[in-house]
Design a protein around this ligand. Structure first.
Ligand SMILES: Cc1ncc(COP(=O)(O)O)c(C=O)c1O
Length: 432
């Protein structure tokens, strides 16, 4: 096997030998080769620059190579990139926990992990261990609503949408969880919300340890938005039944939906909260599971005598240092004006697309713009149309969407809208 050297050879080698998300080997379409990324731009090996309309899967909220994050990573790499977390600790982990707990009042304990999926695994373990500790070992299941996405490892997959999601082929392979209907869309009437919550409540039985949801925005399971009041209703339901509420804020946390956390905007504190993605400003993989004092203390006095999880790279100092710098950027608060600015610009730019016969719905919330098509898009055609317009987008199913970096200028948001319009036109032509 010759060592690949040219851009074409590198992309070809990749397609033949390297798995990409949910893809086959060999890949039918060769991936774009990115040489570097700065600000809102991905710089391709062939010389083209693309606006990263995805914030690299909703994580790079301040764009790429932010100088403050690079500085934090470089300083930490020069000091100590990693030490085990069993029996040892370090300043970056402590500083980060202090900042996180200040940003999220009501929580008292932080568990660090390597990815969003693992933080959800940990949250589910917490709920089950908590139930054992309070004398309810029969509570081993989770309740959720359809249309959710919580990650790709086993326990998170079990609470993803059981049919429409990415994991339908695994159905029947793990604990059958309790699934309520998809929540009513944002703007539902008070009666519709009350009926929905009654339906959710009717499904809860003695086997349920807690409720897990993506609050306000269901992301990879369908890019649907719902009202904050539903979270208030779920909080009340969990309190009444003495079970835990887990909020997966991995996609929504740190301003993406317009507020620091959607649960805070709803005026509730969940018992457990997962954060990831933008926790490091998309700089590197890292996540955390936050728990209230009651949950942490109960688990610690329960049968295991502690939380039964402890990955090798737990509390990685490099990731903690970057996340700490990211939380400083969040605390500075520029996002508080940027996200509503982007929201208004996306709403204006995407609204005309609702007139296309190829489009079923257009919706915008915070720095999230969604165009739901009438039928599934041809991913290769759609991606090519966006790339030709100078923008990187990654539609799935019927959904063409953007989650731009908060630092996007108005002009760059307009270019993203133009790229989405190009995809709609391509789909119109395909359907003609
Ligand atoms: C709401 C939510 N939870 C969990 C995850 C899984 O996170 P990760 O991909 O970092 O494992 C995702 C990823 O898209 C997500 O959107």
């Amino acid at each position: 096997m010759n060592r690949p050297a040219s851009t074409a050879q590198l992309a070809h080698f990749d397609a033949q030998h390297i798995w990409h998300p949910y893809g086959p080997i060999p890949a039918p379409v060769e991936p774009q080769l990115v040489e570097s990324a700065s600000g809102v731009y991905l710089h391709l090996a062939d010389g083209r620059d693309l606006i990263d309309g995805m914030s690299s899967w909703w994580a790079a909220c301040h764009g790429h190579s932010h100088p403050k994050l690079v500085e934090a990573a470089t300083a930490q790499a020069n000091t100590m990139s990693h030490v085990m977390f069993g029996g040892l600790t370090h300043r970056p982990a402590i500083e980060l926990a202090h900042k996180l707990l200040r940003l999220a009042p009501g929580f008292d304990a932080v568990f660090y992990s390597d990815s969003g999926s693992v933080s959800v695994e940990v949250a589910i373990k917490m709920a089950i261990q908590y139930s054992q500790a309070i004398g309810h070992p029969e509570r081993t299941r989770l309740a959720t609503w359809r249309g959710g996405y919580h990650g790709d490892t086993r326990a998170p997959m079990s609470v993803c949408d059981p049919e429409g999601g990415m994991h339908a082929m695994w159905a029947g392979q793990w604990t059958p969880q309790v699934f309520a209907d998809v929540p009513p869309a944002r703007g539902a009437s008070e009666q519709a919300r009350a009926d929905y919550l009654a339906h959710f409540d009717s499904l809860i039985d003695d086997s349920v340890a807690g409720v897990i949801v993506e609050p306000v925005v269901q992301g990879a399971g369908g890019m649907r938005f719902h009202d904050h009041e539903l979270l208030v209703g779920l909080r009340e339901l969990c309190d009444r039944r003495g079970i835990l509420l887990i909020a997966d804020e991995i996609a929504t946390g740190f301003g993406r939906a317009g507020d620091l956390f959607t649960t805070q905007a709803a005026g509730i504190v969940p018992d457990i909260m997962c954060v990831g993605k933008a926790l490091t400003g998309g700089f590197m993989s890292f996540a955390a599971t936050l728990a209230t004092a009651e949950v942490a203390r109960a688990i610690s006095s329960g049968p295991g005598g502690g939380l039964m999880h402890g990955p090798t790279f737990m509390g990685n100092p490099l990731a903690c240092a970057v996340a700490s710098a990211q939380l400083d950027l969040i605390a500075e608060g520029q996002w508080r004006s940027d996200v509503p600015r982007i929201e208004a610009r996306l709403a204006e730019g995407l609204a005309p697309l609702a007139n296309s016969s190829a489009v079923a719905d257009v919706r915008v919330l915070g720095a999230i713009g969604v165009v739901e098509m009438a039928r599934p898009v041809d991913m290769a055609v759609a991606t090519a149309a966006a790339v030709d317009a100078g923008v990187w987008l990654r539609p799935f199913g019927k959904l063409v969407y953007t989650m731009p970096p908060y630092i996007c200028t108005d002009d760059e948001v307009d270019r993203i809208c133009a790229a989405i319009a190009a995809i709609v036109r391509a789909e119109e032509t395909r359907g003609a």
